[in-house]
Design a protein around this ligand. Structure first.
Ligand code: MG
Ligand code: ZN
Length: 460
């Protein structure tokens, strides 16, 4: 039986062309400060092809399907300090590669592997210094050209091949994304309950209390890390898009926006919920919340195989534009109809980000947002806000197994003409969707989105 990873390597090898060879290093260890490293996280491309999470490794793959691994050598002293190492000898069987050598030999092994190959593939602009290392490995190959050795004449970006492979998730990947989403949903529920419980007890709730609930739920279920730094934003902090969890008091009567989710076995999830700190939506909060929810519903309805990546965004914006007029966030006398609001991007002060991104091993996953077969079909238009000329290409056509987020929002900073009752309210609702033939599967609905359901769960 060939493993999942061997199958992926075979699929990649078949795309390298005659005489192709690919070099895929994992991520380096990153120092946090003296003698202390950040928690280690492998490189996603490398892991996709090996399932191997140790640092200091590099995979070399030829178009004939020959896989060579360079990995940390066995070293009793280092293993006493830093932990178990698989080592090259055991790696051959454990990872199903054809050959494995200690990473200490990389600078002599790589030139030998590159001899007489036509094209060197490696991921461009993802590993600092890799291009220079490839050059250094090629130098001795060129030096041996007098002996009749051929030096690769072409270098090509391996991301173009791997991004396309990673964009469509197989059953194993979808399963991990579902599980990560379920764990993250439980974290959100814990945070919501903690907030209302502490406020009922008259306690001093801070953003970090809610962050602690998320982290507890993630680790308690076996997740290795948060998939990204949690946003836990009380009240007006929700209008700062990349706010982190700080120590701001969480107050009754205000909303809390949490954008947080875990990574499980190399796969991310990505959830945002916005809820009333004490478990009861106030009038203007509920009005805006229901608008964002309706826009997300429109985005969900527009997500299915055959639709464009832009379709959910356009659907969400159409609902938001009309709702902003209806609620008086925008003044129809000044901005005109919903069509005008969309054409002039008048909604932009309240909704300044896109509705979706790819999600997978990386929370903002790889994959082109342009349909590859149509990338030459450019059109130009003038942006109504900046006046700049923007070149557009047809956006990606969705296929079953692609995974994207659906995350509309509204953020109201105080400004002239903006009704005061909406000031400082920031709302986003984000779920992760696996595209299917008929629609999409939301894998993060273990935590409710309906305002009544959120209120009910926060009452305990
Ligand atoms: Mg998010
Ligand atoms: Zn997101």
């Amino acid at each position: 039986m060939t493993s999942l990873y061997a199958q992926r390597r075979a699929r990649l090898a078949a795309q390298l062309g005659p005489g192709g060879i690919a070099i895929i290093p994992t991520a380096p260890v990153a120092a946090r400060n003296r003698d202390s490293d950040f928690p280690y996280r492998h490189d996603s491309y490398f892991y996709y092809l090996t399932g191997f999470a140790e640092p200091g490794a590099c995979l070399v793959l030829t178009s004939e399907g020959e896989a060579t691994l360079l990995c940390q050598p066995k070293d009793l002293e280092r293993e006493i300090w830093d932990g178990y190492r698989l080592g090259p000898q055991a790696a051959i069987e454990a990872l199903g590669v054809d050959a494995a050598y200690p990473s200490t030999e990389i600078d002599t092994r790589l030139p030998r592997l590159l001899e007489n190959r036509a094209t060197v593939w490696f991921p461009f602009a993802t590993h600092a210094g890799l291009a220079a290392r490839v050059e250094a490995w090629l130098a001795p190959v060129r030096a041996r050209s007098r002996m009749g050795v051929l030096c690769p004449a072409r270098q090509d970006d391996l991301c173009t091949l791997l991004d396309e492979m990673r964009l469509v998730k197989d059953a194993h990947e979808q399963d991990l994304i579902r599980r990560a989403g379920a764990i993250s949903a439980r974290g959100h529920i814990r945070a919501m309950r903690r907030s209302s419980r502490m406020l009922r007890a008259g306690e001093d709730v801070r953003e970090y209390h809610l962050d602690a609930e998320l982290l507890h739920a993630f680790r308690d279920a076996g997740s290795q890390f948060p998939a990204y730094t949690s946003i836990v934003a009380a009240g007006a902090n929700a209008c700062v898009l990349h706010y982190r969890a700080g120590d701001t008091p969480v107050r009754a009567g205000e909303l809390v926006l949490i954008d947080a989710a875990c990574e499980l076995d190399g796969y991310a999830s990505d959830i945002t919920r916005t809820f009333p700190a004490d478990g009861r939506f106030r009038g203007p909060q509920r009005a805006l919340y229901e608008l964002v929810l309706a826009s997300q519903q429109a985005a969900i309805a527009a997500t299915r195989a055959g639709q464009r990546f832009d379709a959910p965004h356009d659907a969400a914006v159409a609902v938001l534009a009309q709702g902003m007029l209806d609620l008086g966030l925008l003044d129809a006398d000044k901005v005109g109809s919903a069509q005008d609001v969309i054409a002039q991007r008048a909604y932009f002060p309240f909704y300044m980000h896109r509705t979706s991104h790819w999600m997978g091993m990386d929370v903002h996953d790889c994959g082109s947002y342009v349909e590859p077969s149509e990338q030459d079909q450019t059109s130009e238009h003038q942006d109504p806000l900046t006046g700049q000329t923007v070149t557009r290409r047809p956006s990606r056509i969705l296929r079953p197994g692609m995974v994207l987020t659906l995350e509309p929002g509204i953020y109201v900073r105080p400004a002239e003409g903006v009704p005061e009752r909406f000031h400082h309210i920031g709302i986003r609702i984000e779920d992760d969707a696996i595209v299917t033939a008929e629609g999409c599967e939301l894998v993060t609905r273990g935590v409710p989105v309906e305002p009544d359901a959120i209120e009910a769960l926060m009452r305990d």
